[in-house]
Design a protein around this ligand. Structure first.
Ligand SMILES: C[S@@+](CC[C@H](N)C(=O)[O-])C[C@H]1O[C@@H](n2cnc3c(N)ncnc32)[C@H](O)[C@@H]1O
Length: 247
């Protein structure tokens, strides 16, 4: 990324993290660390993966960081501060988050209260295995599916498929269970972070990359795998799963 782009990203991190300041130092530092340290956030924008998607559903949204990121990006685009070599800034009408942990939902609701009141965002406390997904143009699931058994993952993915129209996209980030030491590190960090965030973590249910691709292809998606570990020790892969326009 050029230095001009990286200064744009630095500013956007500050803008997207700022709403969490009122929710406490932990929420704010976590937002800054996550948005700055995880390559997926900048990648979503520079690759235009959510450009033109009006209804976005974020499953396992935590404290709503993706929503804040997209709303900040949208504002930057509207203010004419968008990198000219990038695809158009996201312009979602609504971003909806589903999250299991009530305290994360409360934090998202309070940090992003103006967007929630304006009907631009909403957060629901629910288990993705039972939550109503509604209709969406894009579904994002970052580092969440592996908390539930494989059969439940399959059911979530089948329901995601039904919530998307022809041409819809699913952005699914997973660990590659065939990723060797990097995969072992990902799981170890997952245990530590999840415990610190107040979850009790049991078994993680992971698959090798080829099995993820196979599962999505069977559901009718055309799948592209993009490594999403740059600058981290993890074996993370972003699966960009698109439904054909005539599906
Ligand atoms: C590793 S965090 C990722 C958060 C967010 N997607 C991100 O990338 O910043 C996983 C999130 O998934 C949530 N989660 C785990 N199991 C869930 C379930 N069954 N339904 C909904 N959310 C779940 C956790 O509470 C946690 O907030």
């Amino acid at each position: 990324m050029s230095s001009r782009h990286s200064s744009f990203i630095q500013r956007l991190i500050g803008e997207a993290a700022a709403p969490y300041r009122a929710a406490g130092l932990y929420a704010w530092f976590f937002a800054r660390g996550k948005l700055g340290g995880d390559p997926v956030f900048a990648h979503l924008l520079s690759a235009g993966l959510l450009s033109g998607r009006r209804r976005i559903l974020d499953i396992g949204c935590g404290q709503g960081l993706l929503t804040s990121w997209l709303l900040s990006a949208q504002a930057a685009g509207q203010a004419g501060r968008w990198p000219e070599t990038w695809p158009a800034a996201p312009q979602p009408d609504h971003v909806r988050g589903i999250e299991l942990m009530a305290h994360d939902v409360a934090r998202a609701d309070s940090a992003l209260a103006p967007a929630v009141s304006a009907g631009r965002a909403s957060f629901v406390q629910a288990d993705m295995c039972h939550a109503e997904f509604g209709a969406a143009d894009a579904v994002v699931i970052l580092d969440v599916l592996h908390y539930v058994p494989l059969a439940a993952q399959d059911q979530v993915l089948a329901r995601v498929r039904r919530s998307l129209p022809p041409g819809g996209v699913l952005l699914l980030r997973v660990g590659d269970a065939a990723g060797g030491l990097r995969f072992a590190i990902s799981n170890w960090v997952d245990h530590v972070v999840t415990t610190l965030r107040g979850h009790r973590l049991g078994t993680l249910y992971c698959r090798p990359l080829a099995a993820w691709q196979d599962t999505l292809t069977r559901l009718g998606f055309v799948v592209e795998a993009q490594s999403m570990s740059e600058g981290t020790p993890f074996a993370n892969v972003l699966l960009v799963a698109r439904l054909p326009a005539d599906s």
